[in-house]
Design a protein around this ligand. Structure first.
Ligand code: GSH
Length: 155
């Protein structure tokens, strides 16, 4: 397998954690998100993932994108050790936590969103930074409440 990744990408981290927990070998292909305006935006990488974001995983002829889809793919193709719990209710809980990070926090603070705010909407840096802080804090505040208040998080 081949993983297109950036060392500071939390999305790619999550896939690397899954690959490592499952003991799977992979070739690491670095995509520097800042160098030369972002290697993720170059045609060579867009040919792999037209969205121009990492991670992307290549397995044989398959190109896999979206970290949660990639992790579920690894779970289905290499079930041991299991990353998801067995009961449907526990699985739904784990997926909800993962999606809360991916959809309610990460999406709003992605590099391309911040670049758009700065260059197209032309907000000053302090407003962009306040945006970032706001969504991280709001997202983690409710996530922590959810984890603290749910018996499934303590198992
Ligand atoms: N929804 C995507 C998000 C991936 C993502 O946000 N990747 C970031 C790095 S953490 C990225 O490549 N950003 C590049 C950019 O915004 O230009 C997933 O779940 O895989």
């Amino acid at each position: 397998m081949k993983l297109y990744s950036y060392f500071r990408s939390s999305a790619a981290y999550r896939v690397r954690i899954a690959l490592n927990l499952k003991g799977l070998d992979y070739e690491y292909v670095p995509i520097h998100l800042l160098r030369e305006g972002g290697e993720q935006l170059k045609p060579e990488y867009r040919a792999v993932n037209p969205d121009g974001i990492v991670p992307a995983l290549i397995d044989g002829d398959d190109v896999l994108t979206q970290l949660l889809a990639i992790i579920e793919y690894l779970e289905e193709t290499h079930p041991e050790p299991l990353l998801l719990p067995k009961s449907p209710s526990d699985r739904a809980f784990v997926r909800a936590v993962a999606m809360q990070v991916a959809c309610e926090i990460h999406l709003l603070d992605n590099l391309r969103v911040l670049k758009y705010l700065k260059h197209q909407v032309k907000v000053p840096d302090e407003v962009k930074d306040a945006w970032y802080r706001h969504w991280v804090e709001a997202g983690f505040e409710t996530l922590e409440k959810r984890l603290a208040g749910d018996k499934r998080s303590a198992r």
